[in-house]
Design a protein around this ligand. Structure first.
Ligand SMILES: C[S@@+](CC[C@H](N)C(=O)[O-])C[C@H]1O[C@@H](n2cnc3c(N)ncnc32)[C@H](O)[C@@H]1O
Length: 339
């Protein structure tokens, strides 16, 4: 079982972890008053004050619409014609100075604070959205493109992605000189049909794009993954359904290093809070039963995995760095989920 050496450094680290969570919830309620609103110059000043208070980068609040309008997918692929029994095209206008989330939430600082990078455009912009009933099904929104950026950048050679969507990532990959060809595994035949009819014909590239109709879980194995130079997993809708699906992948215990997972930081945030409260309970010599009974049903499977993992470890944690390594270390978090 993991053990702690009690000392001032760790007392302070435990306290700072708690403070960072309280700060985050205060911050979230403070900015809630501004998100989705057209900011007046006065509100912008108030918002910047809040961002400064929580040490959140605020210089980049103003976004140039070119980030979208000059994006090759946005520029080359038109979705107006899309129409299927379930999916219809619509146009959403983002009014200038409307505060929106520009990316999924990301860690800030060394404790548990997370924030959504926010911003506004300096002029109105029309965004194509594909609607399923009254719900947005898919759209090349700025947060989607920004959150895929690391995966777009790392793509090279033979690339594989799980989840076709509207083909933003495959297109941006295919336009890169370093990318030879792209393979996509997609399990929904309607998504593939929609793509083949309306989207693929607009791709301005002759490179090979292969679409496999199949389930990501059947293809997520070492033999298949090793056929590619780079793999990007993106078949969840957001960080909310992401944790469960990502966990099922981690349970396969594949440790290849050429795979990245869409919005992984955001997916892992809830797990980090839980690991932190588990370690706090151990540090305070509180029973694990208390920790488990304070966990809600949804997070219970993860709480049990955390317990199984730390019971097997024999480390003695004596510094803040060691403690934070167990909370943020990607290999640790992946191994916990693989239990
Ligand atoms: C968020 S979208 C992917 C967006 C895509 N990266 C893009 O650039 O447009 C997720 C896609 O994963 C697909 N999907 C969901 N579960 C899947 C599974 N188990 N196997 C394969 N594809 C899946 C969905 O049908 C959807 O097309």
């Amino acid at each position: 079982m993991i053990k702690f050496e009690r000392n001032i450094e760790q007392d302070l680290a435990m306290k700072n972890l708690l403070i960072s969570m309280v700060d985050m919830s205060d911050y979230l309620s403070a900015v809630l008053n501004y998100t989705g609103k057209i900011l007046t110059p006065r509100q912008e000043k108030e918002l910047i004050k809040i961002l400064k208070k929580y040490r959140i980068p605020h210089e980049g609040l103003k976004y140039d619409v070119k980030i979208l309008s000059e994006n090759p997918y946005f520029r080359d692929i038109h979705l107006e014609e899309v129409s299927s029994p379930t999916v219809k095209y619509d146009k959403a206008t983002i009014k200038k100075r409307t505060l929106i989330n520009m990316n999924f939430h990301q860690p800030l600082g060394k404790y548990l604070f997370h924030h959504h990078p926010m911003g506004y455009f300096e002029s109105d912009i029309d965004l194509p959205v594909l609607m399923e009933g009254d719900k947005v099904w898919m759209s090349p929104a700025v947060s989607e493109i920004e959150s895929m950026r690391p995966g777009i950048k790392r793509g090279h050679g033979k690339c594989l992605t799980f989840g076709l969507g509207i083909g933003v990532l495959p297109y941006l990959w295919l336009l890169k000189d370093e990318v030879e060809e792209v393979t996509v595994v997609e399990f929904n035949q309607d998504v593939i049909d929609l793509f083949e009819i309306y989207i693929r014909p607009q791709f301005k590239t002759n490179k090979n794009l292969k679409i496999i109709h199949g389930n990501a879980f059947d293809y997520y194995n070492e033999e298949f993954l090793n056929r590619f130079d780079y793999v990007y997993v993106d078949f969840w809708e957001s960080n909310e359904d992401g944790l469960e699906l990502y966990t099922r992948l981690m349970e396969k215990k594949i440790t290849l290093t050429h795979i990245d997972y869409w919005v992984e930081d955001s997916i892992l945030s809830d797990l980090k809070y839980l690991v932190s409260s588990y370690l706090h309970a151990v540090y305070d010599d509180k029973g694990i039963t208390d920790f488990l009974s304070a966990t809600d049903d949804e997070m219970m499977p993860y709480a049990k995995k955390i317990n199984r993992y730390f019971k097997k470890r024999t480390d003695l944690i004596s510094t803040e760095d060691q403690l934070l390594g167990f909370i943020h270390g990607i290999d640790v978090l992946r191994e916990i989920l693989g239990q």
